[in-house]
Design a protein around this ligand. Structure first.
Ligand code: SAH
Ligand code: SF4
Length: 390
């Protein structure tokens, strides 16, 4: 069900609910206490956390590192069959992993694996432990593969042209559910005889900075050199403009690329497409980008979905260029992909080129994104965990 979305100060958006009564609050606290014993996914843990688990069990952290390699480097399907596990590790696994025990391993069920006729794009539909479905897209180009990951089931931000936004917010993904998407994509590549994943973009379903902590934990796991080992410089986080999240990325000096979805260069034009702009207005967002740039010295990517007659005029390109003065930026122009809930149409090639020319004249580099995976609804903004495919 979709409710009213509130955006409290810490940048967390959530579905509006009546304030809970004191008795309910008390119950919630007891539930939290009980839930600390709830099973956790081993894929939710960083290596440091896994090592602490082993030390707490009276074992050497070396066993944690052996397990880590099996999980995240070898992507072992069956831990009981790994030959180099020493008896203490085998005993730990027998005592801690499995039904009714402290840990489980996320194993999202692949309910669909659809190849686009472009020959370069594959879309996976995964069913999570609680039945929620998410999508992951694998894109190949000249032997290099990029996975486009989901960070939430649905999205609370409600951008009018985006299928995920149109479905509303369902829930955040845990770190393990994000890590599991990378494992599955990597396994699919290995099975097809390709090299491993080269790049990751957090541009699937959901708003990554609305699920900040889980996303950062997942990226810590994914970038670990002893595991999946995907370099932070090969990872791009795309945000609709969650200002507190952008500031936190800068503050914490997170080593990932940042892409900011703008779509409009005046407050009025932007909030017509991106309702979250009312919570984090354009002026505030650009100020956060300047702070980010000042603190990190990093180039910022800006995304602009081109919609005919809405935000594709040369005058609008000029306003965008003015907005980016003084920043090291690169603009990705994305011709609109169609979604059920939005009537707009994509900009013509000619208009896209004219838009790009204005940016070029202002010295701002840009790329017009190639259309990918449109026939299987795997293009930007088309992901909505289509149940008809299950
Ligand atoms: N929530 C994040 C990341 C996921 S969306 C964000 O909004 O940035 C990834 C990109 O796809 C965003 O730039 C988004 O604006 C764009 N997008 C969404 N719907 C689209 C559509 N129908 N056609 C083209 N691009 C779209
Ligand atoms: Fe959410 Fe991004 Fe879609 Fe907007 S474009 S609704 S922020 S996923």
């Amino acid at each position: 069900m979709r409710g009213t979305y509130l955006f409290p100060k810490d940048g967390q958006a959530f579905v509006s609910q009546a304030a809970p009564a004191v008795a309910t609050l008390y119950m919630d606290m007891t539930t939290v206490a009980a839930s600390t014993a709830a099973p956790r996914s081993l894929l939710d843990l960083t290596l440091a956390e896994l090592e602490r688990e082993f030390v707490a069990s009276g074992l050497s952290p070396t066993h944690a590192r052996t397990l880590w390699r099996a999980l995240h480097a070898d992507l072992a399907a069956d831990l009981s069959a790994v030959p180099n596990f020493l008896p203490p590790l085998r005993r730990w696994l027998a005592a801690h992993l499995g039904d009714g025990r402290r840990f489980f391993i996320d194993a999202p069920e692949e309910t669909a694996d659809i190849a686009s006729t472009d020959g370069l794009t594959r879309k996976f539909l995964f069913r999570l432990g609680d039945g929620q479905t998410i999508e992951t897209v694998l894109m190949g180009f000249k032997g290099r593969h990029t996975a486009c990951l989901s960070t939430q089931a649905g999205c609370a931000m409600g951008c009018v042209f985006c299928a995920t936004g149109q479905m509303g917010f369902v829930r955040h993904l845990r770190p393990g559910e994000i890590v599991a998407q990378v494992r599955q994509a990597e396994l699919a590549l290995r099975a097809a005889g390709h090299d491993g994943l080269r790049n990751l973009v957090l541009m699937g379903m959901g708003e990554p900075l609305h699920n900040y902590d889980a996303v950062m934990t997942a990226l810590e796991i994914i970038t670990d050199r002893r595991g999946l080992n995907i370099g932070p410089g090969r990872i791009t986080i795309s945000t609709v403009g969650v200002v507190p999240g952008i500031l936190r990325l800068a503050e914490e000096q997170r080593p990932y690329h940042l892409a900011v979805s703008l779509h409009g260069a005046t407050e009025e034009e932007r909030s017509a497409l991106v309702p979250a702009s009312r919570r984090w207005p354009l002026a505030e967002l650009m100020a956060a980008c300047r702070t980010y740039f000042a603190q990190t010295g990093r180039r910022i990517f800006f995304e602009w979905t081109l919609i005919a007659g809405a935000n594709d005029s040369p005058a609008q390109a000029g306003r965008l260029a003015a907005l980016l003065v003084g920043l090291d930026s690169h603009v990705n122009l994305i011709p609109l992909n169609s979604t059920g809930g939005f009537a707009g149409t994509a900009t013509s090639n000619m208009a896209a080129k004219a838009f790009q020319k204005v940016l070029q004249a202002a010295g701002i580099p840009s790329t017009i994104r190639q259309r990918r995976g449109i026939d299987v609804a795997a293009g930007c903004g088309q992901l909505r965990a289509d149940r008809s495919l299950e």
